[in-house]
Structure formats: C-alpha cells, structure tokens
Design a protein around this ligand. Structure first.
Ligand SMILES: *Cc1c(COP(=O)(O)O)cnc(C)c1O
Length: 434
C-alpha cells in the first residue's frame, strides 16, 4: 500500500469522506484524493513523492504560487511576535487601507476568517439596511455554504428557492430567489415580482466553471438593483485581487453597494472581508447596530500574508498573469484540436480566441459551445472531464477536480510549467475523448 493509500484509509476513519471540504475527495473525477506534502512555486508534491504542476493553487488564494519567500518571511515575522491577540493591530489598518485604495466602491471594510462568513455578514447588513428579507442569487453561483444560499430554484412560486441541502430550512431557502445567469428577462421578471434586500452576484462567475457575463449584463445588475430598491453585492472572493488591481468591478465597470472579498486577500492564510460605502458599513457593530464578530478576524498572520501578497500585485504583475493565462488557454484549446472542448479565459466568450483575457482564470469545458449559464455548464461531458483530469494527474499535472471549477494560474507559473502542462494535455485529451 502506498503512503497516500494508507493516509486515505486512515482519513476515512476520522474525517467524513476522508476530507475537510468535499471537492478535495476528487469523487467527481472518479478517483481517490491526492494527499499533498509540500508546495513550492508552481509545484506541489504528494505523499508518495510525485511532483505536479499545480493549477488549483488552493482554489485561488496562492496568486504568487506556493511558499513565496516574501509571504513566508512575513508570516514568520508575524508569528514570532504572537499569533493572535483578539485585539486591534496596525497590520489590519494597513490592509483595510490597501483594500479601500484598490476598490473604488469600498470606503470601509470588516475582516472575517472565511468568504462564507463575509457573504453571510454582507447579506445581514443588506437586510438591515433595506428592512427586507428576500435576496436574489444566480444559479450556479457560489457564495459560501451559508444556509440561505444553499438554495435552488423550486417548481412552485417562480422566485422562491427550495433547500439545496438537507439541514437548510424551507424558510431560509424560500427567502432566496434563484435566477439563471446571463438571462435579462428572468432577472427583470424576478425583480418585478419581489422586493429584495440584495442581488448578490459573482461579477465573473467561476464556481460553475468560468462563465463570463454577457455584453450588458453587468450594467443590468446595477440597474435591476436600483429599480428594485435592493443593494448590489459583488462577490469578488475569487475575482477581487485576481483579474485586476480594482477587481472585476473595476474591469467591468460595476459599482456595487457591498463587496465580498477572500482567497487572495489572505495570501494562503484564512482571511476574508466585506466592505462598501461608509454610511452602510457604519451600520456594523460597534459603529452601528448590525452585530457581527470573530475571534480570529484580522488575524495577524493572515493580515501579514495578505499584505505581503498584495504588495506584489501591481499593474505589471497583472499583465504577466494575463500572458501566462493566455498562453495556457490558447495551448489547451490547440491541444484539444477538433474535439468538443472549449477553453474559456476571458470575455466576451465568442469569438475564439477572445479579445481580452481575464488574468488568472480559465476553465476547460468539455462542450463544443462555451456555457452561458449553469444549465450550459451542467450539460458538459463531466465523465470526459474526469478522464482528462485523471490522465493529467498521472502525468504530473494537477487540475481542478471538477468541471465546475476554475484553473488558477499564478505568477509562479513559468513557461516550463505551461509547456509541461500542454504536453500532458495533448495526451490527456486523447485519452479522454480519443
Ligand atoms: C470560495 C468562495 C466563497 C467562500 O469562501 P470560503 O473562504 O471558502 O468560505 C465565496 N464566494 C466565492 C465566489 C468563492 O469562490
């Protein structure tokens, strides 16, 4: 038995499914989990000593790659001075100022430890500010495992959701309306039917794979919120510090009322935040009456890692990340040849290659057409994607183990990492689709 097999056997005894978050189990690509031992730059090594080019990068946070020397040094220095105080520190003031400097719509932030907490708190604030309960989200969008957001479209009243997981109450799900992404008519109909506290959207959805907004849809989000009297919440947990210095909202010209941030903001340590206009954020306790708290919020190690990471993310860095992403995306599409595969790496998705590439994001869809919404993403050949991933892993390339996730190129991915991936992908496409 290999070390990985032994670890998985032990893990299954003490962790549900052997993991601490479902996608890691790799069930959707039909194999056992990879146990990672260490990472450096664009690479990870598993418990059996195999090296992989890592395109997951912890699902987004590691925009500088693994164990970046400046991040490691910042965390070491912070740890030596005490790991947590549950009190105010200088670092969190600096990080908040850095965020406000980058995001035009954000004047104040409150830090949390996870994106889930941040979106839950932003929704609470939106409900308090509007005096309304219902919220609107898009099918296939993910904003963390908040009860009320684990809802899917029901068959009854057009806009009232039903629980998407056992344990979510019918009442929580009913307060959530689910609308197809990129569907202006559905959005207009839903907002005409109910008064929402908030419309929450990933401006560049990346949790059904990357499904960019269609022309005009970002502007419609703002317009619909205004007409309805709802707040617009942009969930930039993935896109925030990845696609541009000022996030997807800067890139696409959206002015949200509240923004949810995470992943890159903690540089690989647990940190997230929500922020927005001063008068809204000053409703949050203790400035205001909306309660929200966290023992480890603004944790000194996470703040140090976040500051060290953001310090590297200037305009040339985003340019370089876009180039790496374009090279990988174009190479993957070329390696797929005539097979029904569509790499999505920017917007608008048609024609191929796209006129612009989102730095640091792409999805290899096993579909002849780029999906426009969750139904389109769900229609992809997930079995073939699974075969593709298994073949890549056998060849030392670590892709996201789900058709509904993004690849996350980092600034550590060099030409060699891309070349090695493309060589493996040519064989993997052959194995997956013949
Ligand atoms: C990952 C993610 C979250 C949840 O963040 P966690 O830190 O995993 O709780 C929320 N929104 C989006 C868009 C995400 O990708």
């Amino acid at each position: 038995m290999s070390r990985s097999e032994d670890l998985y056997k032990r893990a299954l005894q003490v962790l549900p499914g052997g993991v601490n978050s479902p996608v890691r189990a790799m069930r959707s690509i039909g194999r056992d989990p990879v146990f990672i031992e260490r990472g450096e730059g664009p690479h990870v090594w598993d418990a059996d000593g195999n090296r992989y080019v890592d395109w997951v990068c912890s699902w987004g946070p590691l925009i500088l790659g693994h164990a970046h020397p400046k991040v490691v040094a910042a965390v070491e220095a912070a740890a030596a001075g005490g790991t947590s105080f549950g009190a105010a520190t200088e670092g969190e003031v600096e990080l908040a100022a850095e965020i406000c400097d980058r995001f035009r719509s954000v004047e104040m932030v409150r830090m949390t430890s996870s994106g889930t907490e941040a979106s839950m708190s932003a929704i609470r604030l939106a409900r308090a500010a509007t005096g309304r309960d219902p919220i609107l989200k898009f099918a296939g969008a993910y904003h963390g495992h908040v009860d009320g957001l684990l809802a899917e479209a029901g068959s009854g009243l057009a806009t009232a959701g039903v629980p998407a997981s056992p344990g979510v109450t019918a009442a929580q799900a009913a307060d959530t309306a689910i609308v197809p992404w990129n569907d202006p008519e559905a959005l207009r109909a839903a907002t005409a039917e109910r008064e929402f506290a908030a419309i929450i959207a990933e401006p560049i959805p990346a949790n059904m794979g990357v499904v960019p907004p269609a022309e005009g849809f970002p502007a419609l989000l703002r317009e619909s919120a205004d007409v309805n009297g709802a707040l617009l919440i942009c969930d930039e947990v993935i896109s925030g510090f990845r696609v541009a210095r000022g996030g997807a909202q800067g890139l696409l010209g959206i002015g949200p009322d509240l923004t949810v941030m995470g992943k890159v903001i903690g540089g690989g340590l647990p940190a997230a935040a929500y922020g927005g206009r001063r008068e809204l954020m000053e409703r949050v306790a203790p400035a205001g009456d909306v309660y929200q708290a966290g023992t480890l919020s603004g944790n000194p190690l996470a703040v140090a890692a976040g500051l060290a990471t953001l310090a590297e993310l200037d305009a040339p860095a985003y340019e370089r990340l876009a180039q790496t992403t374009a090279k990988l995306a174009l190479g993957l599409q070329e390696a797929a040849g005539e097979r029904p595969v569509r790499v999505v790496c920017g917007g608008p998705v048609d024609p191929w290659p796209p006129a612009s590439v989102f730095p640091g994001l792409l999805t290899v869809f096993f579909s002849a057409e780029p999906p426009r919404d969750f139904a389109g993403a769900s229609a992809c050949d997930a079995e073939a994607y699974g075969r593709f991933c298994r073949a890549l892993l056998e060849r030392g390339v670590y892709p996201p183990a789900s058709q509904f996730e993004a690849w996350f190129p980092s600034l550590a991915h060099d030409d060699e990492a891309v070349e090695r991936t493309l060589a493996a992908a040519a064989e993997a496409f052959e194995e997956a689709l013949g």
